[in-house]
Design a protein around this ligand. Structure first.
Ligand code: 13P
Length: 339
């Protein structure tokens, strides 16, 4: 393993003004996204949509890397260019989701574990040969009454560290994603407590399993009240709480945080990322790795019609540019109107 190369990849992914486009939806998730615009999910629809997304001219000005799904990393554009090559030619780093999705955690009703460690070494080698330079694994933690359990947190922390160590062995920069969900009626304070507990457990395990933090990135949730919490908070408060929480638990050796959007609206995710970046200098770059918050407007503009290709790509560039501006805290909601 070449730690230097993996560290450089991590740094390039969080270069100032740039962030990651998460386009790694599994088949069931993609089916849901396409159903929302009245389309059935088939391999050719997914190929057309993602080919359009990833072929957006000028994308590399704001997007440093793209997380692909297994199907996509093996696909080609209509002119025969492999998707990882399409990205590389634009100066965008190809990445890959390597977890096998979430399944119920046996013995712990209401909680989940992430599958995919079996056979992971061979899959990582395959992805590296297909051109992937970084990887992602997602853990999902739900807040509900007494949940999450300590067992759920330990299980996820252990799996994230096993994955990250194997990714580094294969030469891929690991993105470690422990997502505390925003579903529920919990307060922002409770989200902060759970997030700090989860992150401490994750970094303890990463240490035990000899993961080199300089050659990794963290993909955290923002610290938010649950969507059904009666006490919602301002964007500035989200920024303050998120930074205060992450500073308790994320080592300074980690080069960057790439926040997930997690079901926030696209405008909310951008405004809160800007608020996070207005909290002053941090030990790490604070960037984005948005799925829904980048692709939502694109899917709506595209609607499955080839004639909407230009409008859909313009919607992606607009969102990517605003998130780029959020990296320096310069974003203001008034910029939303200008496309
Ligand atoms: P969202 O930004 O839609 O939460 O997706 C990011 C992601 O990659 C989740 O694993």
């Amino acid at each position: 393993m070449d730690i230097e190369t993996m560290s450089r990849t991590a740094e390039a992914l969080v270069a100032p003004g740039k962030g990651i486009l998460a386009a790694d939806e599994s088949h069931p998730t993609m089916a849901k996204r396409l159903a929302a615009i009245g389309l059935e999910s088939s391999e050719s629809v997914r190929q057309t949509y993602r080919g359009m997304l990833l072929g957006t001219p000028g994308l590399s000005e704001f997007i440093s890397g793209v997380i692909l799904f297994d199907e996509t990393i093996r696909q080609r554009t209509p002119d025969g260019t492999p998707i990882p090559e399409l990205l590389r030619r634009q100066g965008i780093i190809p990445g890959i989701k390597v977890d096998g999705g979430i399944k119920p955690l046996a013995g712990f009703p209401g909680e989940v574990a992430t599958e995919g460690l079996d056979g992971l070494r061979a899959r990582l080698a395959d992805y590296a040969s297909l051109g992937a330079r970084f990887a992602k694994w997602r853990a999902v933690i739900r807040i509900d009454g007494a949940l999450p359990s300590a067992t759920c947190i330990e299980t996820h922390a252990h799996a994230l560290a096993r994955y990250a160590a194997l990714a580094q062995e294969a030469g891929l920069t690991p993105i470690v994603e422990p997502e505390v969900l925003m579903n529920g009626s919990h307060t922002a304070q409770r989200c902060a407590e759970v997030t700090v507990t989860v992150l401490r457990a994750v970094y303890e395990q990463l240490g035990h399993q000899h993961v080199v933090l300089e050659a990794s990135l963290l993909k955290p949730n923002m610290v938010l009240p649950g969507v059904d919490c009666p006490h919602q908070v301002s964007d500035e408060e989200v920024g303050r709480l998120t930074i205060r929480t992450l500073r308790q638990a994320v080592p300074a050796a980690v080069p960057g945080l790439v926040f997930l959007s997690g079901g926030q609206s696209d405008e909310q995710a951008t405004a809160r990322l800007a608020a996070i970046n207005r909290q002053g200098p941090q030990p790490w770059q604070c960037s984005f790795s948005f799925g829904r918050a980048l692709q939502g407007p694109v899917l709506r503009a595209w609607a499955g019609e080839e004639t909407n290709r230009g409008a859909a790509q313009a919607a992606l560039l607009h969102r990517a540019r605003l998130n780029s501006l959020a990296r320096s805290g310069e974003y203001a909601p008034s910029m939303e109107a200008v496309s």
